[in-house]
Design a protein around this ligand. Structure first.
Ligand code: AMP
Ligand code: GLY
Length: 424
């Protein structure tokens, strides 16, 4: 079948790499893609929210399956757009309907979902400009640190964790009254702070049946020792060494099962990936957030561990037949190190030539994120540029392989974290 992947980052290059391995994948397209996807698929210069442009491409290229990478088009209702269109309604879409995508699109919606399904998460209350005074009082009754979350999508920047009460109260006002994060902070969720170690759990579901992928740990901060600003993710490791069989059982029973059952109960149409951001507090898992897509760079470590034919897995998802699939997982550990542009996550330069891309191919897999072709050169086009993935018997060996590959790659201003796994 002909398949279209929507998105243009490392996650989408990994989807393309995995789908291209399937004998069932005929022509593969990526919109808009990057220099990495251009090597194995046809890039289409169409934005992820240009539904009309995507429709034309699907018809013209006889596409039978669309895999949606990022959350934006899902929250904007791409799945519903296809279902409502006579010419598109038979196309398989991997990604939830708009209503279910609210699990990522609205923190308040996600918290209510967890509460009504008894899924362990931080205590919370939500406020709007009309209830600002109550919010200020609520904060004064809580203990530091204070967790403030913009309800809507804010490009990963909508969560503030503050130690000072007066500052938290001032920020609450800025978010609600001055719309610090635009419309996304018209409602703010205030949460109890949970102290523990984070990990991510990935489930592929058809809304009723599901398969669980290996867990992953990502490194979000720019600086070594988890310091400095948050990024989209500086690297990841999968599986997660501290997840014992007992802990995994708790995640399964207390979180995954009630989440999937909750979709059915609340009539939330979900065919796609559920990314559950977890925190381990003592020996117990709590949900920090839901995402309705795969993580990036978690995909770059999770998919290389899955042995199944990915077209089979995704077709079964779209058809509601995931119960027919048994997931097969590689025994090894996957690690990925993200190479980023100097200055990221603040201002950074683009258009720098990347060299050494063909030298490390044997030891590592290079997934492109912010790259672009310029003639026959590959240049940087984003903050996160390349994810260098390696598979080995343990994460230390895997990282050693990735760091050795990175020695051969260079572009002006290249930066990466050299301490991944420091906390494991
Ligand atoms: P979110 O966008 O909800 O994932 O939040 C972004 C980050 O803020 C998370 O990855 C955590 O590191 C942190 N965080 C969010 N909520 C809490 C909480 N209740 N307690 C402690 N840390 C949190
Ligand atoms: N790596 C975190 C995310 O994809 O949201």
């Amino acid at each position: 079948m002909n398949i279209l992947i929507i998105g243009g980052g490392g996650r989408e290059h990994t989807f393309a790499w995995k789908l291209a391995q399937s004998p069932k994948c005929n022509q593969l397209f990526v919109a808009p893609g990057n220099a990495g996807t251009a090597q194995i698929a046809t890039n289409l210069a169409i934005g992820v929210n240009d539904f009309v442009g995507l429709k034309s491409a699907v018809i013209e290229n006889k596409i039978e399956m669309v895999v949606v990478g990022p959350e934006d088009p899902l929250v904007n209702g791409i799945h519903d757009f296809f279902l409502k269109d006579e010419a598109l309604k038979k196309v398989m879409i991997i990604g939830p309907r708009k209503q279910a995508a609210q699990l990522e699109g609205s923190k308040e919606f996600a918290k209510e979902f967890m509460k009504s399904n008894n899924i362990p998460t931080a205590q919370y209350a939500s406020f709007t400009a009309a209830t600002l005074e109550e919010g200020i009082t609520f904060l004064s009754q809580m203990k530091a640190p204070y967790v403030l979350k913009a309800d809507g999508l804010a490009a990963g920047k909508g969560v503030l964790i503050l130690n000072d009460l007066a500052e938290a109260q001032a920020q609450l006002k800025e978010m609600l009254v001055d719309e610090k994060f635009g419309a996304a902070s018209k409602t703010v969720v205030i949460e109890e702070f949970l102290d523990g170690i984070e990990l991510s759990c990935f489930v592929l579901t058809d809304g009723k049946n599901f398969v669980t992928f290996p867990m992953a740990k990502d490194y979000k901060r720019i600086g070594e020792g988890d310091t400095g600003l948050n990024t989209g993710g500086m690297g990841a490791i999968s599986p997660v060494p501290f997840v014992t069989p007992e802990f995994e059982k708790k995640i399964h029973q207390r979180i995954i099962l009630p989440t999937i059952a909750g979709f059915e109960k609340a009539d939330l149409p979900f065919q796609g990936f559920v990314f559950i951001g977890l925190i381990k507090v003592g020996e117990d898992p709590f949900v920090i957030e839901y995402n309705v897509r795969m993580g990036d760079p978690e995909t770059e470590v999770v998919l290389p561990l899955i042995k199944n034919d990915f077209v089979d897995l995704l077709s079964a998802t779209a058809k509601g037949e995931l119960n027919s699939q048994n997931i097969e997982i590689d025994e090894r550990t996957a690690t990925t190190v993200m190479l980023v542009s100097g200055g990221y996550p603040e201002a950074y330069a683009k258009g720098k030539e990347i060299t050494g891309l063909n030298s490390g191919a044997a030891a590592s897999i290079l997934f492109h994120a912010g790259t672009q072709l310029e003639g026959n050169k590959v240049i940087t086009s984003g903050g996160r540029v390349l994810a260098v993935t390696s598979l080995a018997s343990n994460f230390k060996e895997g990282l050693k392989q990735s760091y050795a590959t990175i020695e051969k790659i260079s572009f002006e201003g290249m930066n990466y974290r050299k301490d991944l796994g420091f906390d494991l």
